[in-house]
Write a protein that binds this ligand. Sequence first.
Ligand code: GTP
Ligand code: MG
Length: 608
Amino acid sequence: MSNKADRSILFPKSRFAWLWENMAGKRGLFVAALIGTVVYNILQLVVPFFSGKLVDLFLSLNESGETLSENAHTFYFFIGMMVGLTLFRVIVVYLTCMAFEHVSQSALFKIRNFLYDKIQRQDMKFYSTYRTGDLMTRVTGDLDAVRHNIAWVIRSIVESFTLFGAAAVYFLVMDWKLALAILVISPLIFVIIFRFRKTVAPKHALLREKLAGMNTYAQENISGNRVVKAFAREDYEIAKFDGANNDYAQTNINTQYTWLKFYPYVESIANLMPIVLLVIGGVFIINGDLSMGEYVSFSGLIWAIANPMRQMGNIMNEFQRFNAASAKVMEIYYSEPEIVDAPDAISHPGRFDGSIEFDHVSFQYEDGNLPVLKDVSFKARPGETIAIIGETGCGKTSLIQMIPRFYEPTSGHVLVDGVDVSRYKLEDLRKNIGLATQDVLLYSDTIEGNIAYGVSHLTAQEVVKFARYSAAEEFILKMPEGYDTIVGERGVGLSGGQKQRISLARALAIEPSILILDDTTSAVDMETEKHIQHSLRDLDFKCTKIIIAQRISTTKFADKILVLKDGRIIEEGSHEELVAKGGYYRDLVELQLGESVEALKGSVNIAD
Ligand code: GTP
Ligand code: MG
């Protein structure tokens, strides 16, 4: 947690510099929109200016009727100016609104693409740090607060300051004494707004956390709905979500109420201004210091002083929302994966021979407190098959994740073709490694699309070939649309063994130099497994295989078997060697074969 907080302070750019950076290509338009905002807000003062003039020249004097007939052209000029400039102002307002929207959407698009790219390229640590619902909140709700900042908050700030500034200058020019009497109250507003900001800022940060938490609940429950159903926990989950939703709603209300506490003060001050004008302006008129026209101008413009003040709270509220959200977005924007290409990384575009060496590798997860691998050393020659066996949690998956460099050893080295994997370009290394992971993830795509995932130019015949290798063809052909059958999210609609076989075909399809199978045949029957083992021995490309398995039937044919216990290799050798040795592996053989012998006996007895 503290780690994350630290990161958010260390952004290389301020929020606004960051926005500016992402407005590249639209900066001119943005500046034009800002100028437009200044212009149309100054124009707001023109109508009262002319109406003040009209009153003075034509309405408030006794001989105003005569003045009107004598200076008809001036009268019409003023009217024309009022109408013309109002029209012009409307056009400017429209154009600036469009420009702000355009710039904000363009920045949104740019940042969102960039974030997606960033997230895609992150390492495993990132994915174990951030929850999906939280990441989704960042690329949707948080990012929208950033867009809103450009489209509305910045515009409103400029608008308020321009209006206030222009009106203040206009007042001062007309009658500085009256102007000062009115303006002297305004700094009070800033004191209030400043205090409001301090109170509301942490609330927006909290609100944003609640939203992310709620999204995480929703995401986990929707994607894990099968488990919810299996345990008949719908009511429990609904109640839990309701709780989170309620919590969010309460926090939201609480945040909005904060402004309500400050609002009366701001409103009172804003409403004080017309009263000050009425009283002091009245005295000035009586004393002859102020013309009636000037008074009309003042009172016609008093809103231009009062409204920006009223608006300040709203703006500050939205600005704090932007602050909280942008910190979350920028955290991802500036996050860097720790596992990246070395500056002088070796380019290796072609195939690898496929030799693998673990040289005194020890490993511990950064967020874990116990070593997972301890001084692991072994070698695999090109084309060999290495089986890894060991009880659950002993570190098998962690071990194979060192080869594509998903994680890096805490000490020791992992070498492929005699070179430390950290020296290769990640892409070159990884595209040579076919990996079928322990929990299979298929995409919402056709079966063919899933098999061809790693190679876009795979022909239909090749897809069939790899499906045959992985003993998947038979069941695929039985599906309603064969290879064109769409499998759902995460492979819904397929059995566990079927998913495993498609994932094996997908790993084979890239014709890797190194094939890693993490418990890939655990859910297929013995017969199918045999078929798969056959095809793995007879692949039409050379490849080193690392196969994690629990069954002796899988490990038996390996060139070398590694028995892992508590992160250490405790036995190493061929099936025959390890059986002869009489250790853990031998016990395992007896346990597994013994069981099947018992089962056999049982069935014989029944038959008898
Ligand atoms: P099975 O797949 O169940 O047969 O186990 P395995 O041999 O593949 O074990 P694995 O390598 O997945 O895990 C070894 C140890 O590392 C276990 O004690 C896990 O709890 C721990 N571990 C696995 N993944 C992580 C992780 O992402 N973070 C942390 N902190 N610990 C992990
Ligand atoms: Mg595992």
